[in-house]
Design a binder for this molecule. Structure first.
Ligand SMILES: Nc1ncnc2c1ncn2[C@@H]1O[C@H](COP(=O)(O)OS(=O)(=O)O)[C@@H](OP(=O)(O)O)[C@H]1O
Length: 346
């Protein structure tokens, strides 16, 4: 052990204190430039490595050592605690009219999640604009916070799995699914609210045909958008060709209404988030018939989702509902097999 310089205990102690002071000053500096709330996870976990690195660089510079060009980048960098826009870490990819807005709004209650407010439609409509354009649409986040976006049409966009994979193969995907019959009625209700002259649901969902024995019979029009979108097995297969099953969380639209806190516990676990969103955040609004929020980042008072969420549906002939249920049954079975979850739709 002769090669160890013979420092006195006193000198070593002074060096140790100096190092601790430098680290403390650096950590404090990081907090002060951060205009948001002090975030324990952010400072002490995610930034740990870069904090040590930057402190070492500062120390080296102070002691008069020259620093390499790579290290010189440090001077141009903003303090590492400053918020900046990043590509999403997680995406809500669908399914239309299954509760995607509710999921996003609930997730926004979490201090470690920041999400784009409106649907960005990058992977379906604006892919040609490039990832930099996409990044600019994202909210600024601190290191350690998740950046999110929801665009339900990604679920059925054929090129979306490949494109999302090209952005980040480790991205986490969430898809909300609900009974395809209710989903179809919800989809129709939305269209009818924009076009009051739209024919009745039954007329669009079913086409009259003649049964083999001459008995009039109606068959489901599987080409009609609101019906086609409820065949979940096909798009799921496409996503699973690109992403392992563990990267995709299927959220139950029914449970998101019946027990939002329990469903959000699954979501938070999947996203690797601390369980912050709990029963305390929700109350059931009997007028609306849906869970609403007690408070959120944007509103300190109790509030529900907008008027376009939770519309009342028109009455649909029960025989048409039954025809649709028969139609979806084999597709639902296939979907349960592929996903490994039995959603128990009637
Ligand atoms: N908490 C809460 N409040 C209101 N609505 C809720 C909620 N949770 C789930 N839902 C259901 O979400 C349905 C709308 O789904 P999406 O947000 O995915 O619609 S969209 O695709 O973004 O247009 C919406 O469909 P409709 O009932 O047909 O309006 C709701 O059934």
């Amino acid at each position: 052990m002769k090669w160890i310089p013979a420092f006195s205990k006193r000198t070593m102690f002074i060096y140790f204190i100096l190092l601790c002071l430098l680290y403390l000053l650096y950590a404090l500096n990081t907090c002060l430039v951060d205009e948001r709330k002090f975030n324990i996870k952010h400072i002490f976990l995610k930034q740990h490595i870069s904090t040590y690195k930057n402190t070492a660089i500062r120390l080296a510079t102070l002691l008069g050592f020259s620093v390499s060009s790579e290290v010189n980048k440090y001077r141009r960098l903003r303090p590492s605690g400053a918020p900046r826009r990043r590509l999403p870490d997680a995406l809500i990819i669908g399914v239309k009219k299954c509760g995607t807005r509710a999921l996003l709004e609930f997730l926004r209650l979490h201090p470690d999640v920041r999400a784009a407010g409106s649907e960005v439609h990058f992977f379906d409509k604006f892919y040609h604009k490039g990832f930099e354009w996409y990044r600019q649409r994202m909210p600024a986040t601190l290191e350690g916070q998740l950046t999110m976006e929801k665009t339900p049409s990604y679920w059925v966009t054929r090129s979306a799995p490949r494109r999302v994979h090209a952005m980040n193969p480790a991205v986490r995907l969430l898809a909300v699914v609900r009974d395809p019959v209710t989903r179809a009625v919800s989809d129709y209700t939305q269209s009818a609210s924009k076009r009051p002259s739209l024919p009745r649901f039954e007329q669009l969902a079913l086409v009259n045909s003649t049964h083999n024995w001459g008995v009039p019979w109606s068959i489901v029009d599987a080409t009609w958008g609101p019906v086609r979108l409820g065949v979940y097995a096909r798009p799921l297969r496409r996503w699973l060709r690109r992403f392992p099953r563990r990267r995709l969380l299927l959220v139950s639209g029914e449970r998101l209404v019946a027990d939002p806190a329990a469903e959000m516990a699954r979501v938070q676990e999947f996203l690797g988030l601390k369980k912050v969103i709990t029963e305390k955040h929700f109350y059931f609004n009997s007028t609306k018939g849906f869970p609403c929020l007690l408070k959120s980042e944007t509103s300190p008072t109790p509030h529900c989702l907008g008027k376009t969420k939770g519309r009342s549906h028109p009455h649909i002939d029960p025989s048409a509902i039954e025809r649709l249920r028969e139609f979806y049954r084999p597709y639902n079975e296939r979907f349960y097999e592929l996903s490994g979850i039995n959603f128990g739709w009637p």
